[in-house]
Write a protein that binds this ligand. Structure first.
Ligand code: GUN
Ligand code: FE
Length: 457
């Protein structure tokens, strides 16, 4: 892979508030990083195009209906729940785990069952524009390594967690770690194995310490996993304050909220990803901010299993990192774009309220709504920043994790005006993409400058 140049519209989440859409000339280096981005009509762009002609660097021109944008970050996916996506949404969280989810995940003891599932899931996520994913796998080392290898083979930037869960109160005999020692040894082996995978020299796929959630783990295991994350300098992921049942369960057992308990076990650190977090207090958010940890907001899943909407703006105001998660299969869509639109919709319903029996002034929580520019940020840089990944914006120094979107592709749900979109505000375009984009619009996907899905230019 050598250097190349792309000229065309670039949709860029410059900040959480501000999205830009400009014609630019982008130089992508052989190392997969964006070397330069110049306004298309500037002398710097002309100089770059001259240099490209002189060195034989390929220059690709986009059509007026095409644009480049950063790829999506999905901070919370249960890879083994892929066969269950779009099913079993009718049970409360605990029953759903016990009756549907644990029996499905137990089948991943067989790597031959896991391999085709993980293959289809990884390629489908890429086809939907996900360039960074954070996965819960299962407790099985071999099939979890199959997942890591599958991500690597397809060039998906990924974080893979071998799940740890040992508490017999909640976990069935056929799907739990038999002892604390076994769980810790397996997690340590898995961390080393992922880091040593052939082809993973640049760390495209990273391991994560993954206590499923406090109710599934004994104190001894949680303590051991905190120590392991520290000695291995490893990222952490878990579920946090998701539903009334889960939140109350932890308060009864620990006498404190999830965040304080996780912190005592050494599990709340920079790079910790806390899924859901709907029931966090202001003190919880302050603690999460102080530790530099992040929330994976999963708005679709929350409608079914949390029974609440995360007050996301409050988390931002507390200085907490927030990204988006599909939470497959708690959430039914593999599209981060559609989850971003759902985040905006859910925040709107929190803001205005939704019970028509209440008077409008008592119906909602004013000040909690989100804009579509903020939705785009959550779907891209919000997620990568939480993980200290230099991607998520199409700017010099960032990895070229990018999508070529074609708004006029056959089968598109997006209306692209024949006269062009020069009178569209950048936020209108962000909104159209989050709300109405489908797979036909995602032509080519790059991760770290390498084409991971779709045809070459
Ligand atoms: N809490 C513990 N495990 C899970 C899971 O698989 N999905 C969700 N949504 N919550 C959980
Ligand atoms: Fe989850």
């Amino acid at each position: 892979m050598g250097d190349f140049v792309i000229r065309g519209h670039v949709l860029n989440p410059a900040s959480a508030r501000h999205v830009t859409m400009e014609r630019r000339v982008l130089h992508v280096g052989a190392d997969g990083l964006i070397v330069a981005s110049h306004g298309a009509d500037t002398p710097a762009a002309t100089a770059l195009l001259d240099e490209a002609a002189r060195c034989g660097m390929p220059v690709h021109d986009l059509t007026p209906a095409q644009l480049l944008m950063p790829g999506f970050a999905d901070l919370h996916v249960h890879a083994p729940q892929w066969p269950q996506m779009g099913r079993a949404l009718d049970l409360p969280l605990r029953e759903w785990l016990e009756q549907r989810t644990f029996p499905l995940e137990a089948r991943f003891a067989d790597p031959a069952f896991a391999a085709p599932v993980y293959e289809q899931m990884v390629t489908t996520l890429l086809a939907n524009g996900t360039t960074t994913a954070v996965f819960f796998a299962t407790i099985h080392e071999e099939s979890s390594l199959v997942l890591a290898r599958t991500c690597l083979r397809h060039g998906l930037r990924a974080h893979v967690g071998l799940v740890a869960m040992d508490d017999p109160t909640l976990c069935p005999t056929n799907y739990r770690n038999p002892s604390i020692e076994q769980a810790l040894a397996a997690s340590r082996r898995f961390i080393h194995a992922v880091r040593a995978l052939p082809g993973n020299e640049h760390g495209l796929v990273r391991p994560m310490v993954t206590p499923r959630f406090i109710p599934a783990c004994t104190d001894g295991l949680l303590h051991g996993l905190g120590a392991l994350a520290a000695t291995e300098d490893c990222l952490i992921q878990t579920h946090c304050s998701e539903s009334d049942w889960e939140h109350d369960y932890v308060r009864q057992r620990m006498g404190v909220n999830d965040t304080v308990a996780l912190d005592r076990f050494g599990l709340l650190r920079r790079g910790t990803v806390l899924a859901h977090s709907c029931f966090m207090s202001a003190d919880d958010m302050a603690l999460v901010q102080a530790r530099g940890a992040a929330i994976a907001h999963c708005p679709l899943s929350n409608a079914y299993f949390a029974g609440a909407v995360l007050p996301l703006r409050q988390a931002w105001q507390a200085g907490v990192h927030v990204g988006l998660g599909t939470d497959i299969s708690g959430g039914y869509s593999p599209s981060v774009a559609h989850n971003a639109a759902m985040a905006v919709t859910a925040a709107r319903m929190l803001d205005t309220g939704n019970d028509p029996a209440l008077p409008p002034q008592r119906r909602g929580r004013p000040g909690t709504r989100l804009t579509f520019a903020e939705g785009l940020w959550l779907a891209t840089r919000g997620g990568t920043a939480a993980l200290d990944i230099t991607a998520g914006q199409l700017e010099p120094g960032m990895a070229f994790d990018a999508l070529l979107i074609d708004r006029a592709a056959p089968g598109s749900n997006i209306m692209f005006p024949p006269a062009g979109d020069s009178d569209y505000a950048p936020e209108d375009i962000a909104q159209q993409i989050l709300c109405n984009m489908g797979r036909p619009n995602i032509r080519t996907v790059w991760v770290a400058g390498r084409r991971a899905f779709g045809p070459a230019l």
